[in-house]
Design a protein. Structure first.
Length: 283
């Protein structure tokens, strides 16, 4: 069944209430590569339960998540061919290393790029502290529906990307990924088979399973937190980026950073830019 514009735009996504523990916060940090340098004691504050534990700020994106809801045939979406296009997040309060949250996700826009050109689905998730109602974070996502254009929807508006500086980056930070990293990361709640099953990856046009876009984001955010935020998570206020190419587990992610908060990331093994038009704000 193809996409029906009004039906998908008004598709209700049920709120998700989630309790998470210090163990969950540690697992998330490990799943995006914190602790990969055993001599960097600053990373241990995110992965060592014997210390005053801090939550990695980008964990707010996976908490209260509705999961892979687009696989529901009622959406009309070709779930095999979709990819994560853009991600943004604003932090309104520090994320605690344990607690209970409510995620309220809604569709905010749907753009038809035309037959054979795909579509853009915009969603927003508000993450609230379940005990106090405090808004902790607002996450914005763009999903590129590669197999779903031409259903008669509007051609805009389309979010404008952040313009990158013309000068060379001021800082470069290389962080590794592991061959099994996608298998670990999917335990955070994103079990799209594209990241685990070779057959599904081939059907989607990839030679092998790819890393989750949000895992790539977590690794890039780690580089930004290290280089611009001094490993102080409360200083991280907002983050926006565009995914431009997949990462294959086991590759290196090189984050190129400008002092104004602009950034992009590449895989040096293939000289492929995998994240572009990035912008981060720190207090």
């Amino acid at each position: 069944m193809p996409i029906v514009y009004e039906q998908l735009l008004n598709h209700r996504i049920e709120p998700v209430r989630q309790r998470y523990t210090r163990r969950d916060a540690i697992f998330y940090a490990l799943s995006v590569g914190f602790g990969s340098d055993p001599l960097d004691e600053r990373q241990l504050g995110f992965v060592d339960h014997h210390r005053a534990l801090q939550a990695v700020p980008t964990m707010a994106i996976v908490l209260g998540s509705p999961g892979f809801w687009l696989r529901d045939p009622a959406t009309g979406v070709d779930a095999v061919r979709l990819v994560h296009g853009e991600q943004g997040i604003d932090w309104h309060a520090p994320l605690a290393p344990e607690g209970e949250v409510i995620g309220q996700t809604r569709i905010t826009g749907l753009v038809d790029k035309g037959a054979g050109k795909g579509a853009l689905l915009y969603t927003e998730k508000k993450l609230l502290d379940a005990a106090t109602g405090t808004l902790v974070a607002t996450a914005r996502s763009t999903t590129f529906l590669r197999g779903d254009g031409g259903f008669g929807g509007p051609a805009g508006p389309v979010k404008a990307p952040h313009a990158m500086p013309a000068t060379p980056p001021d800082i470069t930070c290389d962080l590794p990924t592991r061959p099994e990293q996608a298998l670990w990361y999917r335990m955070n709640g994103d079990d799209n088979p594209l990241h685990a099953d070779p057959r599904t990856a081939r059907q989607a046009g990839f030679p092998r399973p790819i890393l989750h876009g949000l895992c790539t984001l977590g690794i890039v955010a780690h580089a930004l937190l290290r280089e611009l935020g001094g490993y102080e998570p409360a200083r991280m206020r907002s983050l926006d980026l565009r995914f431009s190419a997949p990462v294959f587990p086991g590759e290196t992610i090189r984050t190129e950073i400008w002092r104004d908060g602009s950034f992009r990331a590449r895989v040096p093994e293939r000289d492929a830019i995998v994240v572009n038009n990035g912008r981060a704000v720190f207090a």
